[in-house]
Design a binder for this molecule. Structure first.
Ligand SMILES: *[C@@H]1O[C@H](CO)[C@@H](O)[C@H](O)[C@H]1NC(C)=O
Ligand SMILES: *[C@@H]1O[C@H](CO)[C@@H](O)[C@H](O)[C@H]1NC(C)=O
Length: 478
C-alpha cells in the first residue's frame, strides 16, 4: 500500500467528489394515508411517514407548503415535504405494530455533477417521486454488476433498472467496520438475517434522480426526471439534460426491537420484499435561497471548491435553524382520516403482496385474496444472496384489517453479506459510510470518514487494483 502523502498531488482527481449537506428531519409531522402527489385531494391507499412543512395535506402543493407555519426539519426556511412508507411488524397473533424510526428522516442534498455543468434549484411547484410502490421483483444480479460494466449491458442502465438499484436496505451493525455500502442490497433482509446480523436495525436508503427535462411534474410523477447513468454520478440522458440537486433519503428502522419475535416485517404498501420502497418530495424552499446554497463554495460547491457541506459549516444556514420548533411541528389531520389507525394497523386494509408479479393497485383499499409465498429470483452461483422467505398474512375483509401470519416456512441459515475488500483508512477517522463504483476497470471506494481533510490513497488489493477516495468530513452520522 502506498502512503497517503505520496498521493496528495492526486487530490485533483477528487473533482468528482462534490459537496453535500444533510437535512435532519428528526420528527414526523404525522403518519397518515395521504399522498398529495399520487392521490391529490383523496385518501391514499396506504400510509406514509411524513416529514417537513406543516401545511402538508391531501392537496398540498409547493405554494401551500411554503406558507407552512413550521417544519419538522432543522432549517426553518425549508418547508418542503418528504415522505416514505412506514415499516410495520405483523406479530404471529396478527397484531400490527409500526416499527419505530431512529432519528427520523435524513435528507441528503448531493451536488454531484459533471465538470462545468450548471446545477439548478428545484423550481416552485416542483415535485417528484422515486421508486414504485407496486414493484415486487428484481431480476439483475446481486450484488450489482460493477458499474464499469454497465455500459456493455444496456439493461443495467434503463431508467427502470437504475431506479430499482437506487434503493437499498443497509444492515446496521456499528461494531462492524467498515459498514455496508449505500444501496448495496435492494431487498429487505429476511427476519432471521436481521436477528442474527443487524443489531442497530435497517437503514432504508433511496436516491432520487438528478437529471431533469424542465417540467414541474409528469403523469407518472417520475418521467420529468431521470437518473444519470451510474445513479449517483455520471451523465444525464439527452432527454433530461438539466441538472438538479440529488436527494437521498435515509430512514433507520429499529427492527431489532422485534428480535426473536415471531412475525413478519411489511411496508405500509403491503410490501414484504422492499422492492416497492418509494419516496416523495414536494419542493418547499424559497427558490433563490436554494440556488444560493447550491452556488455557495462551502454550502454547495463542487470539484476543487467542495467544502464540507454540513449545515454547521455553511454560513447561509446561520439563523435559519430551529430544532426546538421542529420537534413539535405537526400537520393537521384531515377529518376523514381521524379514525384511521396507521400505527397499530396496516391502514387501508392493504393486502400483503409478495409478488413477484407487479402488485395490484388498491384504489380505496385492497380486498383481494392473499398472494402466494414469495419466491426469490434465481440466484447465480457466484452470489451470496440470502434465501428469502415470507409468510403470507391474511387480511380479514371488513373495515379493520386483521392479519394472521401463516405457518412459518423453514428458516434458511442467514448468509452473511459478501465482504468487500476495503481500502485502509488513514488516521483515526471513524468510517461513517462507504460506497463503491468502478470506472476504467478500477474499483473506487468512497469512504466518508469523520475527519477534516481530503486525502487520496491508492491501495493494491490482492485481486484488483483499487483507489480509495477518502471523503473526509467532520460530521457524526446521526
Ligand atoms: C438538528 O436538530 C437536532 C435537534 O432536533 C439537533 O440535535 C441537531 O444538532 C441539529 N443538526 C443540525 C445539523 O443542525
Ligand atoms: C417483475 O415486475 C415487473 C414490473 O416492474 C413485471 O412486469 C414483471 O412481470 C415481474 N416479473 C415477474 C416474474 O412477475
Amino acid at each position: 500500500m502506498k502512503s497517503a502523502t505520496q498521493f496528495a498531488a492526486a487530490a485533483a482527481l477528487l473533482a468528482g467528489v462534490d459537496a453535500f449537506w444533510r437535512m435532519p428531519c428528526k420528527t414526523k409531522t404525522g403518519v397518515a394515508r395521504i399522498d398529495p402527489i399520487v392521490n391529490p385531494g383523496e385518501i391514499a391507499p396506504h400510509a406514509h411517514a411524513i416529514f417537513g412543512g406543516s401545511n402538508f395535506g391531501m392537496s398540498s402543493t409547493s405554494d401551500v407548503l411554503l406558507n407552512s407555519e413550521c417544519t419538522s426539519c432543522n432549517v426553518t426556511k425549508d418547508k418542503s415535504a418528504y415522505w416514505v412508507p412506514t415499516l410495520n411488524f405483523i406479530h404471529a397473533d396478527g397484531k400490527v405494530e409500526i416499527v419505530p424510526d431512529v432519528g427520523g428522516l435524513l435528507a441528503y442534498y448531493l451536488f454531484e455533477r459533471q465538470d462545468d455543468e450548471k446545477m439548478e434549484a428545484f423550481p416552485d411547484g416542483f415535485q417528484m417521486l422515486a421508486g414504485d410502490a407496486r414493484q415486487r421483483n428484481f431480476t439483475l444480479s446481486f450484488p450489482d454488476m460493477p458499474r464499469s460494466e454497465w455500459i456493455n449491458h444496456p439493461e443495467e442502465t434503463t431508467q427502470q433498472n437504475l431506479g430499482l438499484k437506487a434503493l437499498g436496505f443497509n444492515c446496521l451493525n456499528y461494531a462492524k467496520q467498515p459498514p455496508e455500502p449505500t444501496v448495496y442490497r435492494h431487498f429487505f433482509p429476511d427476519k432471521n438475517y436481521l436477528d442474527a446480523n443487524c443489531p442497530q436495525g435497517v437503514r432504508a436508503e433511496i436516491y432520487f434522480p438528478s437529471c431533469w427535462n424542465g417540467e414541474l411534474d409528469s403523469p407518472d410523477h417520475k418521467s420529468h426526471v431521470a437518473y444519470p447513468d451510474t445513479i449517483n454520478n455520471g451523465k444525464c440522458p439527452d432527454s433530461h439534460k438539466r441538472r438538479i440537486p440529488q436527494l437521498l433519503y435515509e430512514v433507520i428502522f429499529d427492527t431489532n426491537k422485534f428480535k426473536g419475535k415471531e412475525g413478519q416485517f411489511v411496508f405500509s404498501n403491503g410490501d414484504p420484499t422492499g422492492y416497492g420502497f418509494h419516496a416523495d418530495f414536494v419542493m418547499g424552499w424559497p427558490v433563490d435561497l436554494l440556488q444560493q446554497l447550491i452556488d455557495h463554495p462551502v454550502c454547495g460547491g463542487y470539484g476543487k471548491n467542495a467544502g464540507t457541506g454540513t449545515l454547521e459549516d455553511c454560513p447561509l444556514f446561520d439563523n435559519i435553524k430551529d430544532e426546538i420548533r421542529a420537534q413539535s411541528c405537526e400537520f393537521e389531520m384531515p377529518k376523514v382520516l381521524e379514525a384511521d389507525d396507521c400505527v397499530n394497523n396496516l391502514c387501508g386494509n392493504v393486502e400483503v403482496f409478495a409478488g413477484p408479479e407487479y402488485a395490484p393497485a388498491h384504489p380505496g383499499g385492497g380486498h383481494g385474496s392473499p398472494s402466494g409465498v414469495y419466491t426469490p429470483p434465481p440466484v447465480s452461483e457466484q452470489t451470496n444472496q440470502p434465501t428469502l422467505s415470507y409468510t403470507t398474512p391474511r387480511s380479514a375483509v371488513g373495515p379493520i384489517s386483521i392479519y394472521q401470519v401463516g405457518q412459518n416456512q423453514e428458516a434458511p441459515e442467514p448468509t452473511p453479506a459478501p465482504q468487500l475488500h476495503h481500502a485502509a483508512v488513514e488516521g483515526n477517522g471513524k468510517v461513517l459510510s462507504t460506497s463503491t463504483y468502478t470506472s476504467a476497470g478500477v474499483v473506487h471506494e468512497v469512504v466518508v470518514v469523520q475527519e477534516d481533510v481530503y486525502v487520496t490513497v491508492e491501495v493494491d488489493a490482492p485481486s484488483r487494483k483499487r483507489h480509495a477516495h477518502h471523503m473526509h468530513q467532520r460530521h457524526q452520522h446521526s
